[in-house]
Design a protein around this ligand. Structure first.
Ligand code: TXA
Ligand code: MG
Length: 336
């Protein structure tokens, strides 16, 4: 069973040694926990795919400390420099032409590489003492909900990995935004995330096409873009995304003991009804703050999933703006 390592200097040094010896370990990031290995060591990277049960056709993100370091692994253009200087370190992943030093197994044979520079303080301490970048997907079994706490990693990958570097919780709670900016005249959002379309457009002084969910506009021949593989973030229970008013009427008239009801904010209406259905009614925040909803989403879905409901009815968002589009994207992929 895996052991949790508190983020002190001794343990960070120990993680370095493990990684130098081609071992895989879980590390915290500001988005979700990652399952990390030396990105320049193909044998170590192969272990990531095995542990996650992830198909080798699904490429990994390279994690580095700075734009200067990123230059060693990809060809930067003007747009990438603008975006990196605004959003790195942070939850933005850039897809750029790769340099040959990056092993094919990391990029699933693609000529591009996805690269990001995380800001999580513990991970940064580790990255700064490593003489190589880390390849790291989210630390969940392929197709299940991403982990936002060390205990999530332990629950689902515990027997398969030796160490989990713990640290501050994942502040953001959903995965980074991914943009394909190989062609600066035609930049694309492959996966919406915490860095929103308008943030990208303001920083890059250009418009971005949002192509997520549209496999026909794939960036590379034959490759289904990020998260386009079926049921990417799914709980075991069947998940339905519906309007708040429909959740309430389902609670009132169509109530079923095998269903969980998940609201964005603590429901203030029908207090008696909510009390009666206690144990089946959940919420993601006290007052509907989008940042708190995002931070709690995966944890709450895991809690509900452990209670073995057949169905989860999740409140949908009324608009698709900004950060909400990332949450809708993840929930739609979790829905059946
Ligand atoms: O926030 C995050 O991005 C987290 C943390 C751990 O950094 N990582 C993460 O990795 O979400 P993963 O592997 O779960 O998702 C990365 C996505 C995959 O869907 C993969 O297909 C896509 O990035 N990807 C990787 N390389 C790519 C490339 N060269 N072109 C297009 N998509 C790529
Ligand atoms: Mg993932």
């Amino acid at each position: 069973m895996s052991k949790l390592l508190s983020p002190n200097s001794k343990n960070i040094e120990f993680c370095k040694t493990e990684l130098e010896n081609s071992q895989v370990l879980a590390v915290p990031t500001e988005t979700v926990f990652g399952l990390a290995a030396n990105a320049l060591d193909p044998d170590a990277v192969r272990k990531i795919f095995e542990i996650k049960d992830r198909p080798l056709i699904d490429p990994l993100i390279l994690h580095t400390t700075s734009i200067e370091e990123a230059k060693l692994y990809c060809h930067l253009n003007l747009l990438s420099k603008k975006l990196a200087s605004c959003f790195w370190p942070g939850p933005l992943t850039l897809v750029l032409p790769k340099k040959s030093i990056v092993p094919d197994i990391v990029t699933a044979g693609l000529k591009s590489v996805a690269i990001r520079c995380p800001y999580h303080p513990t991970l940064r301490k580790l990255l700064k003492i490593l003489p190589f970048p880390l390849a790291a997907p989210s630390a969940n079994p392929f197709g299940y909900i991403s982990p936002t706490k060390a205990e999530h990693v332990k629950e689902s990958l515990g027997p398969k990995i030796k160490y989990i570097l713990d640290g501050d919780p994942c502040k953001i709670g959903i995965e980074s935004t991914i943009v394909d900016i190989r062609d600066s005249n035609n930049p694309k959002i492959l996966r919406p995330g915490p860095i929103t379309q308008s943030m990208l457009e303001n920083a890059g002084h250009t418009s971005f096409k949002n192509i997520h969910g549209n496999p026909k506009s794939n960036p590379d021949n034959g490759f289904l873009g990020p998260g386009l593989l079926d049921n990417h973030y799914s709980p075991k229970a069947s998940l339905k995304l519906i309007r708040k008013s429909n959740i309430i009427s389902s609670l009132e008239t169509n109530f079923d003991h095998k269903t969980a009801y998940l609201f964005h904010a603590k429901p203030t209406i029908f207090p008696e009804l909510i009390k009666q259905r206690k144990g089946q009614v959940f919420w993601l925040s006290e007052n509907g703050s989008i940042e708190i909803i995002a931070k709690n989403l995966y944890n709450q879905l895991r809690i509900i999933d452990k209670m073995r409901f057949d169905k989860i009815l999740v409140e949908n968002f009324e608009t698709n703006e900004g950060f909400k589009s990332a949450l809708i994207d993840r929930l739609k992929k979790a829905a059946d």
